[in-house]
Ligand binder design. Structure first.
Ligand SMILES: [Zn+2]
Length: 172
């Protein structure tokens, strides 16, 4: 069972997800709740979207140098994206610019899922660890953050289960 993504959630919740998955009802449930994909399929659109969120909520935070979809971010290993700091010498000043990479599977998801991952990565501009302040910041940008992260993890569990069967991405 591919429940690694749901570690830390209440056992009864995990069990519910498992039985939906086994009954092949998980995909339909997600699709019913979120019928449409967001349609931002290239890096330019992604950058603009993340930049706008940053302008709205984290204006003073570090500048973003790049935001891109990354095919190499594996679904299983690192689905929640990565954030790196690249230091460049500009004149005599050392400036750090941030790059945000989002797993390519988020190209084909509902807007809510993309927003969740974008908010998550943006919050790392201010908070390095996944601690209380980090999640506070996530919820400031997206009040439904916890629910959305749960649903994204449910979707990842669903995708993971496809390795052993014939499940397909839902919104592509
Ligand atoms: Zn993180």
């Amino acid at each position: 069972m591919s429940i690694a993504y749901l570690n830390g959630y209440p056992p009864e919740t995990v069990q519910q997800v498992e039985s939906l998955l086994q009954a092949q009802k998980l995909g339909p449930w997600l699709q019913k709740k979120y019928p449409d994909a967001h349609g931002m399929r290239d890096d330019r659109a992604l950058f603009a979207y993340v930049q706008e969120l940053k302008q709205q909520y984290l204006k003073g935070a570090q500048q973003l140098s790049k935001v891109l979809y990354d095919n190499k971010l594996q679904v299983v290993k690192n689905a929640l994206g990565t954030h790196t700091t690249i230091s460049r010498v500009q004149g005599s000043q050392l400036k750090a610019k941030r790059e945000i990479r989002i797993a390519a599977l988020f190209k084909d998801t509902p807007l809510e899922f993309l927003r969740m991952i974008a908010v998550h990565e943006l919050a790392h501009l201010r908070e390095r660890e996944h601690d209380k302040n980090f999640y506070k910041l996530c919820c400031y940008m997206e009040p439904d953050y916890h629910q959305l992260e749960f649903e994204v993890r449910v979707y990842l569990s669903y995708l993971d289960s496809s390795e052993h069967g014939s499940v397909q991405r839902l919104w592509s």
